[in-house]
Each structure stands twice: as structure tokens, then as C-alpha cells.
Design a protein around this ligand. Structure first.
Ligand code: SAM
Length: 231
């Protein structure tokens, strides 16, 4: 049954501190210990990160720009952002993810460029940032929670919000339903797809409009990328 209370979030936290952490650390890593499907997802996700970096840098240099990376995972975006000179605040609901991201960042960045890491669910984030990014996190939010999550992210941003999510089209909706009928061992959490119209409406409600769109698809990975700015 779909959880409307805090249940979903606890399940997600627990998953990304245990089996989910192991699974995604491998997918987001560089080692060969991935199967064909995971390798395809790794490739797709890398393209999303690359496209997000293009969107972020085409408006000008990131040097000295404050960026909040909400749900940073293992730091796939936080680290390249910091390499470009952004002042990065990276947070995730999973302590295991944050520890992995911090370890990786320390290997690749000089101490003065390190992101500020924090274990925090994104609803508890406060402050103001030039840019807020949130990649592939909305998949953990049912529609009834997505609007609030998007509104909160927008409230933290001064200039732009960059979001990616698994797009809900009739075709993928059917695939997902089939997946639910035959849950595999790795399906430890529910995946929620979102329609672009719903995301656009949620942004509009709080005074933001979509300014750029991108789409990444590989065989097993689908992600719609959007940039939003104040209306
Ligand atoms: N954004 C990263 C990237 O693209 O590499 C990680 C994406 S991963 C599929 C989803 C991440 O969202 C996980 O690290 C998970 O712990 C985090 N997450 C899920 N729900 C969250 C919440 N409510 N607040 C903060 N992080 C959350």
C-alpha cells in the first residue's frame, strides 16, 4: 500500500544505508562488479550528470557560486561541481552515502574545495543557495509528496533549480506495472514515476517556470532533466 505518513522516508533511509547502499555504490562507482543492467544504468546516470553539468556551466563559471546538492548519493555531481569552483553543500538522507561521497571527494579535491557534507533529509534543509540541484531523488517520492518536496527545493534557491526524475509516459507506466507484478530481488524500494506536467505544475504553483529540458535514455535508464527559474 502507498504510504502517506513518514513510512516511505524511513524505508528509503534504511534501504540506502544497507542493501541499496551496496547496490548503488557499485553502480555509481568504477569497478567491474556490475552486471549488464547495472552497467547500462551507470552509463545513463553518467549522462545525466554530464547534461546537468552542461546546463550548470553554460550560464557562466561556477567559481564561487553556492550550490545545494540535495540527495547527493556518492557525490557523482557534487565532486565535479566542486572541481569547477562551486561552493557545494552536499547532503543525503543516508549516512552511508554521505560517508562514501566524502571519502571520494577527499581523494579528488584539495581541502579548500571540499563540499560541505551533511546527513540530512532534504525537507530539513534550510538556507539560501544560488542553485539547488536534485538528481534522481524524486523517484522515491509518491505524487502526493512530490509537490511539497519541489516547493521546498525551490524555497532554498535564488536563481535556479535543476531536477531530474523518471518520466511517466504511458509506455514506462506499463513497464513499471509489469515490474511490480514480478518484483525482482533488487526491488527493495518502490519507484515512483512523475509526469513532466505534474512537475511543471508543482513549480508553477510556487512561482517557478521550466527554462531548459533534457532527456537521457539508455536501455534500462530513463531520466528527464529540467532547469527551472523564477517566473
Ligand atoms: N543524486 C545522486 C546522484 O544522482 O548520483 C544520488 C541518486 S540516488 C538514485 C537517490 C539518493 O537520494 C540516495 O542517495 C538516497 O539516499 C537519497 N534520498 C532519498 N530520499 C531522500 C530524502 N528525503 N532526502 C535526502 N536524500 C534522499
Amino acid at each position: 500500500a502507498e504510504e502517506v505518513g513518514g513510512g516511505d522516508k524511513e524505508v528509503v533511509r534504511e534501504y540506502f544505508n544497507s542493501t541499496g547502499f551496496e547496490r548503488w555504490r557499485k553502480i555509481y562507482g568504477e569497478t567491474d562488479e556490475v552486471n549488464r543492467v547495472q552497467k547500462d544504468i551507470r552509463l545513463g546516470h553518467a549522462k545525466t550528470v554530464e547534461n546537468a553539468m552542461l546546463m550548470l556551466t553554460e550560464e557562466g563559471s561556477l567559481a564561487g557560486v553556492t550550490v545545494c546538492d540535495a540527495g547527493c548519493g556518492t557525490g557523482s555531481l557534487s565532486i565535479p561541481l566542486a572541481k569547477e569552483g562551486a561552493i557545494v553543500s552536499a547532503s543525503d538522507i543516508s549516512a552511508a552515502m554521505v560517508a562514501e561521497a566524502e571519502m571520494k571527494a577527499k581523494q579528488q579535491l584539495p581541502p579548500e574545495n571540499l563540499p560541505k557534507f551533511e546527513v540530512n533529509d532534504l525537507e530539513s534543509l534550510s538556507g539560501k543557495y544560488n542553485t539547488v540541484v536534485c538528481l534522481d531523488v524524486l523517484i522515491h517520492y509518491p505524487q502526493n509528496k512530490a509537490d511539497g518536496m519541489i516547493a521546498h527545493l525551490a524555497s532554498l534557491a535564488e536563481k535556479r533549480v535543476i531536477l531530474s526524475f523518471a518520466p511517466k509516459t504511458i509506455y514506462y507506466d506499463i513497464l513499471k506495472r509489469i515490474g511490480e507484478l514480478f518484483p525482482g530481488p533488487s526491488k527493495a524500494t518502490r519507484a515512483y514515476l512523475h509526469s513532466e506536467a505534474d512537475v511543471e505544475r508543482a513549480l508553477r504553483k510556487v512561482g517557478w517556470k521550466i527554462s531548459k529540458r533534457g532527456l537521457t535514455t539508455t536501455q534500462f535508464y530513463f531520466s528527464r532533466l529540467i532547469e527551472a527559474v523564477p517566473m
